[in-house]
Structure formats: structure tokens, C-alpha cells
Design a protein around this ligand. Structure first.
Ligand code: 2M8
Length: 693
């Protein structure tokens, strides 16, 4: 399914979750407005609906407390009774700061709103309108940050504490276990309560009852202190400094400096906050030995040495020093989280996979979350760790496409968990896909696009060469193609830089020039013809990539497959023409084995000129047994490359695709499934256009 169909789907989810004033995280479980969810949602809207983006933040800040705190939930009066805890439990009216016209919770969440507000401005094409809104929002953002620096900054070093796991946004993260464990459930009074979440979502995917008891114990304590910060600080057993919360705050301070500049305000205050918090994160939360940032237990005055994705978050907002960034990248890209190209994981799971209590499916204890990966993607991009950034970006787009717009995803199989049609998954997907559709390539790799409105005959400007015998041209073409692949391709990856400088490529350009006057009749058998056109197609792609100075993706060149051509025997051929040739021959195998200069292509190999059948079949096998084709019997699902849709004349039904795949699959169990299952669910994978370099 083309990517814009998923984009529409994501927008429909936001529409469904929008209640006229704000967008709930999900109508299945979270029927109110959540603090940081709304910021992510606004970022998604900012790509196509400025009004909604603005409204999202506006409705949230309307419920800001008098002391500056931005509540973690703003309740929808029309939807009470379906979530726990709700206003009757929070009783925030006990605080003199709580708003009288809104029902809210009494805690906050990671302050990503400054960052989101700047994104709205950057993405919107209604700059004046957003500027007006920023003038309204800026003092409120300052008020929020001031609350943190005045009320939650006990050592005056810019490290802000949180006083409830819900404030971290990563509710049951293993990071909080050592602190929560100190609340002895047999010794404290916990009010009676009834959870609602575990009746809606499989309890295996949600926090345990013991966790909830502690969450509720803390809320009850806040209530007893009438939400007085000082009193809470002195009696609350959970006072921790979260590297993610603080990194996000730093990122928002930085955004506030830019916003101040846009609306003509003084940016000194946010700058000072930015510098203080960043310095303290670097100096106090980092472990040089473990190469990760840790949370800090303020009561026991020590780092909480539990490795989670929060420990990488100082990349977001540019807080980590360069050497720290390099070190944490190494950890992030290890088996503990997920290595690039490792097969059995997706992007960054939320907890170190090597730990005994790691879970692929339990909430914040190991699954993959889209918002976390989105922030890490921004951080990696900022530090120019492009390859890892792209890996995350691809996953963020791929997971919802393959498995649905879920709240979180199994870190091994990708299965969606929690609630479906989840707003921030949809919103951040929209954000990345907008970059993608806009340029056809990743925003981490975006480069100038070459426009080609008319045909460019690429082999015309080769050196003018003496006319050769057709047989000689054919022999040279095969020889050089073989040599180039042999010497500059390893494991299917092409070293375009070396190839461009190589003597073989120089000679190849000459032969390509000679093809203009070539006599195709020397290719006198059907098998030779197959080999020639596949090899030619693959070499044309390589030649076009080099000549058009493609850096990241063939998508940098408009109409790469239609307008770039080779003249052969006096006739012009585009890549598309060659594809059409194979379509007319109903040669599915040849079409699958073509190498389009992309990551989603099979590895580039030379097709033996006289009898290519074996080589073609190896290419098809490589393709079918790669991540381009995923057969998941447990889910009764088949996920295949978009390529099968491009050639729907040949792959005219899912049965045809199943038959084709099953004849090349190595895994017998999957083969059997395809042969037996008459109507598996078919999904089309996102095509990876990055260069096969
Ligand atoms: C989750 O938290 C709420 C409590 O705030 C819950 O579990 O009921 C977390 O994932 C949190 O980060 C998120 O903001 C919220 C709504 O999506 O759900």
C-alpha cells in the first residue's frame, strides 16, 4: 500500500481522537487530555493543520495552575467514569493553585511544549498566525519553567526532580523499581481503589497491581498535603531526577530562546536555564564507566544504575558532550538495545534487552515506543549520527505500517500492544512521513533534488570511441560488468566512491558509449537476452547514481526510472522500459532480481551471460528470505515488499504472491503456512529507498 494511504489513516486516527477542543491519546483507554501527548500530537498536526496544532497546546495551557504547573491530565467532563484515577480521587481543589474552571490531576509530565511550539512555527506555512499564538504562549511557558526552577530544583543546580513515576511519562520503567520498592506496602495506608486500565488492556502489558498501589499511595500523600510542594518534598519517598525529563526541559529552554527571538522577547532567562540544566546533566547524571546517563535518587543521594532509553535522552536538546555522545551511541548500538541491521529487534527498546527482567511486551519495561524513538532520532540527527538516525526513522515509519498505530510495540516481533489507534504514534508518524513524501528521502539525509523534466541520455556524453564489432562490445560489456561487481561490491553493498574513481568504470563508460551503435542481434538466445537486460539495468542504475552524484537515494533525482536513459542500437531505453520488457515476458523472477540502487533490492550480483538462471534464482531467494518478505504464521500475516504491488499485472492476487514466495522460502514452517492458509492477512512493507552503498 503506498505510504500516503497510511498517512491518511494516521490523520483519520487523530480526527477520531479529536473531541472539538483537544485530542485524546486513545478513545479506547485515555479519554482525557494528557500533557506531553498533546505536545507530540501538536507536532503531527503542525504538518497539515495549523489551527489544530495551536488549539492542542492552547487547550492544555488553559488549564495551567496558578503556580505554573501544567497538569498531566486535563479531564473531559463529558467522559468521566471510564478511567482511574479521575477528579474525585485527585481532589485538586484542595490546592489554592488549581484552576477552578478545569478538572485536572495534581502532577505534571515532561515539559516538551516549548520544543513543540517551535516546531509548530517551523512547520506551519501560516507564520504570522503562529507568531500571534507564540506571543500568547511564551509567558505561559516561562511560567511553567519558572515553576520547575523555583519549586523542583532543591540544589539550585538546574536538575529538576519528579515526585511520581507518572511524571516521568515512563510509568513502570525499571528505573523506578529501586525507589518504589522502598515503599513497604505492608506498612503504609493505601486507600481502596479499583483499576480500570487492566480490564481494557491485557494485564500482561500493563503495570502490576503492586505498582498501582504505590502510584495511588503517592497520589494520596499529595492530596493529604493539599498539593503543597514544600510539604510533599519533605515527606515523599519518591524524589528522583530523571535524565529524560531534564533533557526535555533543556530542549524546551533552547526552543524558548528561539521563540523569544521570533517574537522579540529577551532570551537571557531561558538561556541561563538551558546552560545550568545541561551542565548538571553532563556532570552529575553520566556514568563514564557504564557509558550511559542514569536517573538520580535524591533521597539516597546516588545514581540509579538501571539502563533504559532515558539514559540516551541527553542527545535530545544537545545536552551531552561530544565524547559522551560518542560513548552512548556505542551502547545504544549494542546488543543491549538494538544494533543497526540486527534482525530480531526494532530501533531502541525501552530497557536493556540483556537484563533478566526485560520484557518485550510489558509497557515501559522493554517494548518500543514511537515518541521515545522520535526524540532519539532528533538527537542522533543533531549529533550527526546519521546512520543510526536513519535506522530509527525507518523503524518509526515501518512499525505502524506493518503492525498498526499501536501505543507500543513488541521489541522482538513488532506486534502492537496497549491501545490501538494511538494519537502520538499517528502524529509522529505523520511528522516523519511528511519529510519523506516531500523529498522521497529521509530527513536525516535530505539533499538537493536534481530535476529532470526531459530525457537525459546518459551514455551519449561518453568518450567518442572507435566503432567496434558488436561481439566485441558484448564481450567487453560483460567483462567489465563482472569486474566492477567483483571488485566494488561486497555483500551486495556497492562502494560507489571507489567505483567512480576506478579504471574499470572509465572503461565501462566507453563501452556504454559504444552501445549506441550496438547490434542487439548478437544476443541470440532468450537466456542471453535475460542476462543482458538484467545486467544492463543494474549497471545503468550504478552509472546513473554516479553521474547524477546521488548521495543518499535515487529519489534525489526526479524521474530517475523514467527520464534517465541509455541509447542502445539507436533506441532510447529508460529503466522503466526494461522493466516493461520483463513484464511483457511475464518474467517475475527477473523483475524481482533487478537492483534498483536501494536497500530494498536484492544484493547486486553479476548474471552469467549465457545461462543466468541460477544467478537469477539466487537473487530471488535472497530477496524472499530477507526482511522484504515477512511471513508470520502466529499472526496469520504476510508482509511483503511494495514491489509486488508495482507489478500487479504479474502478481495479480495475493494467492499468486503467496505461491511465488512459498516456492523460494527456505523456512519449511512458513512455506507450509503459505500453502495451507488460503487467506492470510496481507500487508505491504514500506520500501527502503536508501542507497545500497
Ligand atoms: C501512560 O500513563 C498513564 C498515566 O499517566 C496511564 O498509564 O494510565 C503513559 O504512557 C504516559 O506517558 C502517557 O502520557 C499516558 C497517556 O498516553 O499513558
Amino acid at each position: 500500500m503506498p505510504i500516503h494511504i497510511y498517512l491518511d489513516k494516521a490523520k483519520q486516527i487523530l480526527d477520531k481522537n479529536f473531541n472539538g477542543r483537544f485530542t485524546v491519546p486513545s478513545v479506547h483507554l485515555y479519554l482525557h487530555q494528557w500533557n506531553w501527548d498533546s505536545a507530540f500530537i501538536a507536532i503531527g498536526y503542525s504538518r497539515y493543520n495549523t489551527d489544530r496544532a495551536v488549539l492542542e497546546l492552547k487547550s492544555l495551557f488553559d488549564a495551567q495552575w496558578e503556580n505554573g504547573m501544567l497538569p498531566h491530565i486535563v479531564f473531559d467532563r463529558n467522559n468521566l467514569g471510564r478511567y482511574f484515577p479521575e477528579p474525585d480521587f485527585w481532589q485538586t481543589e484542595r490546592s489554592k493553585y488549581a484552576p477552578s474552571d478545569f478538572l485536572t490531576s495534581g502532577i505534571t509530565q515532561p515539559p516538551i511544549h516549548g520544543y513543540a511550539a517551535l516546531k509548530i512555527y517551523e512547520n506551519s506555512n501560516q507564520k504570522e498566525k503562529v507568531k500571534e499564538f507564540l506571543k500568547w504562549l511564551y509567558p505561559r511557558l516561562i511560567k511553567l519553567h519558572r515553576y520547575f526552577y523555583l519549586e523542583r530544583n532543591p540544589d539550585d543546580n538546574g536538575l529538576i526532580y519528579i515526585r511520581h513515576p507518572w511524571e516521568s511519562g515512563m510509568d513502570n520503567s525499571p528505573m523506578w523499581d529501586p525507589v518504589l520498592d522502598r515503599i513497604d506496602l505492608s506498612k503504609v495506608d493505601i486507600p481502596q481503589f479499583k483499576r480500570k486500565d487492566d480490564k481494557i488492556i491485557d494485564p500482561e502489558q500493563r503495570p502490576k497491581d503492586e505498582d498501582y498501589k504505590r502510584y495511588i499511595y503517592l497520589v494520596d500523600l499529595f492530596k493529604k498535603h493539599n498539593y503543597d510542594e514544600r510539604k510533599i518534598f519533605h515527606s515523599c519517598p519518591f524524589i528522583v531526577i530523571d535524565p529524560m525529563f531534564n533533557s526535555i526541559l533543556a530542549a524546551s529552554n533552547e526552543a524558548l530562546m528561539k521563540i523569544a527571538d521570533i517574537i522579540g522577547e529577551d532570551w537571557k532567562q531561558p538561556e541561563e536555564w538551558y546552560l545550568t540544566t545541561s551542565r548538571s546533566i553532563r556532570d552529575l547524571l553520566y556514568s563514564k564507566e557504564k557509558k550511559i546517563f542514569y536517573a538520580y535518587d535524591y533521597i539516597q543521594k546516588k545514581q540509579i544504575q538501571v539502563e533504559t532509553s532515558a539514559g540516551f535522552m541527553p542527545l535530545f536538546g544537545g545536552v551531552a558532550s561530544h565524547s559522551q555522545a560518542v560513548e552512548i551511541l556505542e551502547y545504544m548500538n549494542s546488543a543491549s538495545f538494538c544494533k543497526i541491521h540486527e534482525n530480531n529487534c526494532f530501533a531502541i527498546p525501552n530497557y536493556d534487552r540483556t537484563k533478566k527482567d526485560f520484557s518485550t511486551k510489558n509497557y515501559w519495561r522493554g517494548p518500543v515506543w514511537i515518541n521515545i524513538n522520535w526524540m532519539l532520532f532528533q538527537g542522533l540527527k543533531r549529533y550527526k549520527f546519521k546512520q543510526k538516525a536513519e535506522h530509527l526513522e525507518k523503524t518509526i515509519i515501518e512499525l505502524p505500517v506493518r503492525f498498526g498505530f499501536y501505543e507500543y510495540f513488541d521489541s522482538k516481533y513488532g506486534t502492537g500492544y496497549g491501545t490501538k489507534d494511538f494519537s502520538w504514534t499517528a502524529a509522529l508518524f505523520i511528522d516523519l512521513v511528511y519529510d519523506y513524501l516531500y523529498t522521497g528521502i529521509s530527513s536525516a539525509k535530505r539533499e538537493i533534488i536534481v530535476k529532470t523534466d526531459t530525457d537525459i541520455v546518459v551514455n551519449r556524453n561518453g568518450n567518442s570511441v572507435a566503432v567496434s564489432e558488436p561481439k566485441e562490445i558484448y564481450r567487453e560489456f560483460n567483462l567489465l560488468t563482472g569486474q566492477m561487481i567483483d571488485r566494488y561490491v561486497s555483500n551486495g553493498s556497492v562502494n560507489y566512491r571507489k567505483l567512480r574513481m576506478s579504471p574499470e568504470y572509465k572503461l565501462f563508460q566507453n563501452v556504454a558509449g559504444k552501445l549506441k551503435d550496438f547490434d542487439l542481434s548478437v544476443i541470440d538466445t532468450a537466456e542471453k537476452e535475460r542476462a543482458f537486460w538484467i545486467n544492463l539495468y543494474n549497471m545503468m542504475v550504478v552509472d546513473f547514481i554516479i553521474r547524477m552524484k546521488v548521495k543518499r537515494s535515487v529519489r534525489e533525482v526526479d524521474n530517475f526510472f523514467e527520464k534517465l536513459k541509455y541509447e542502445i542500437s539507436g533506441k532510447k531505453y529508460s529503466l522503466k522500459d526494461i522493466e516493461e520488457f520483463f513484464v511483457s515476458r511475464k518474467d517475475r523472477e527477473a523483475l524481482v532480481s533487478l537492483v534498483r540502487g536501494t536497500q530494498s533490492s536484492p544484493p547486486l550480483r553479476f548474471m552469467s551471460p549465457d545461462s543466468p538462471q541460477e544467478d537469477i534464482l539466487s537473487a530471488v531467494k535472497d530477496f524472499v528470505n530477507s526482511s522484504e518478505v515477512m511471513v508470520v504464521p502466529e499472526e496469520k500475516a504476510v508482509m511483503v515488499s511494495e514491489l509486488f504491488r508495482w507489478y500487479d499485472k504479474l502478481f495479480d492476487s495475493t494467492e499468486t504472491v503467496s505461491r511465488f514466495i512459498s516456492s523460494y522460502l527456505v523456512d519449511e514452517r512458513k512455506k507450509l503456512f503459505l500453502e495451507k492458509e488460503t487467506s492470510p492477512q496481507y500487508l505491504y512493507l514500506f520500501y527502503d529507498w536508501y542507497l545500497n552503498s
